[in-house]
Design a protein. Structure first.
Length: 366
């Protein structure tokens, strides 16, 4: 498990050491650094930048000369570092530092953090057709949930899922992954049915909802399905030791799920259900980092802790704050609070602007 990530002069962060646990909630005002944390983890996993991100110079906080990203794992001390990326702006050079001499940290390797799946806030909505995979990439729903048809159909044919069952704490309908995906969807919309169909000669597929095309169903279910399917399948792989990683990239078969706004387009009750789902998955050994603006999602996680499904020590909430009024973003770095939780699901304190808008609005209405 990743136990911490350190960011120096990376975008809005000057020198931040963020602790990470099994289940991590990133929240705060818009443009306060939440997405930057997810970007940092993706960059560390790839050992470099990926498409659409521009150059390293664009990541340098207020045109700093040095940008550093580092991470630690399986240690109590966040500063017990494993690997680092350091970019020098003046020389335009990226250096990689392998502190533990692990063989899979090399210039040509990916999956530095284990198996990583990233699901963007920019997920596909109710589209009548979706692409099928035509490559040999690892089993994944895709960054936008675009491969959900291929993902669902792979459950019965992929070698990495041979013999994989739904973990007990996530099971509603026996051991079947497909059956439990539908069961969790029905917790959001009762009695709904799904049927993935593919048209191989055209490399496209579709999801039918109770016999209706996706365009007639709405956004919430289309946005939730890739997350539910991904969480259940990868939790099963983690428990059964069937994580799709090369043998030389074992990393204890670590599974890291990065999910942006899993609550999008869901009714408040559905958001709470999604929070509980993510907490249950974290209790199975899957590490999850979630960016959210939903107190309902957070409360679903808190309920799971109170139920005893997830230990309080395995839950963390990082609340990011903007610089004081009048200061310039990127010049004055953001701050964050590490908010902990007790066994009753109670948060230790509530900073200003931390999910307190309901109370503020009610005071104006009274």
């Amino acid at each position: 498990m990743i136990t911490g990530v350190i960011m120096r002069n990376f975008k809005v962060f000057e020198d931040a050491a963020l602790p990470l646990r099994a289940l991590n909630v990133l929240t705060g005002l818009n443009s306060s650094g939440k997405s930057s944390v997810i970007q940092a983890l993706r960059i560390l996993n790839m050992q470099g930048l990926f498409g659409g991100m521009g150059s390293w110079k664009e990541f340098a906080r207020y045109e700093s000369n040095e940008v550093e990203l580092e991470f630690s794992r399986n240690k109590e001390d966040i500063y017990d570092l494993e690997f680092a990326l350091a970019y020098n702006r003046s020389d335009n050079i990226l250096n990689r530092y392998n502190y533990k001499n692990n063989p899979f940290y090399n210039n040509n390797s990916v999956n530095t953090l284990g198996f990583l799946s990233y699901i963007s806030a920019n997920r596909y909505g109710p589209r009548n057709t979706l692409p099928l995979r035509t490559d040999e990439a690892a089993l994944s729903v895709g960054e936008c949930g675009e491969y959900i048809v291929d993902f669902l159909q792979s459950i019965d044919r992929d070698e990495w899922l041979d013999g994989v069952d739904t973990p007990e704490c996530l099971s509603i309908d026996g051991k079947s992954l497909n059956g439990n995906i539908i069961a969790w969807i029905r917790k959001i919309s009762p009695e709904i049915g799904i049927k993935p169909e593919s048209f191989d000669k055209t490399d496209v597929g579709r999801v039918m909802w109770d016999g209706f095309r996706a365009a007639h169903v709405g956004f919430g279910l289309s946005h939730a399905l890739p997350i539910i399917a991904s969480v259940l399948v990868h939790s099963g792989q983690r428990v059964d030791g069937r994580v799709p990683l090369p043998d030389n990239c074992n990393f204890e078969k670590n599974v890291l799920l990065l999910i942006e706004n899993p609550e999008a387009h869901l009714h408040p009750a559905g958001q709470t259900t999604m929070g509980r789902l993510l907490a249950y998955a974290a209790s199975c050994g899957v590490q999850i980092v979630v960016e959210t603006h939903s107190d309902h999602l957070l409360n679903g996680m808190r309920i799971a802790v109170k139920e005893g499904v997830l230990s309080p020590k395995d839950f963390g909430c990082l609340f990011f704050s903007l610089p004081e009024c009048g200061k310039k973003m990127y010049r004055d770095a953001v701050q964050f609070d590490d908010i902990r939780i007790d066994a009753h699901g109670m948060l230790e304190y509530w900073p200003t602007n931390f999910f307190d808008e309901t109370e503020k609005n009610l005071l104006q209405l009274i």
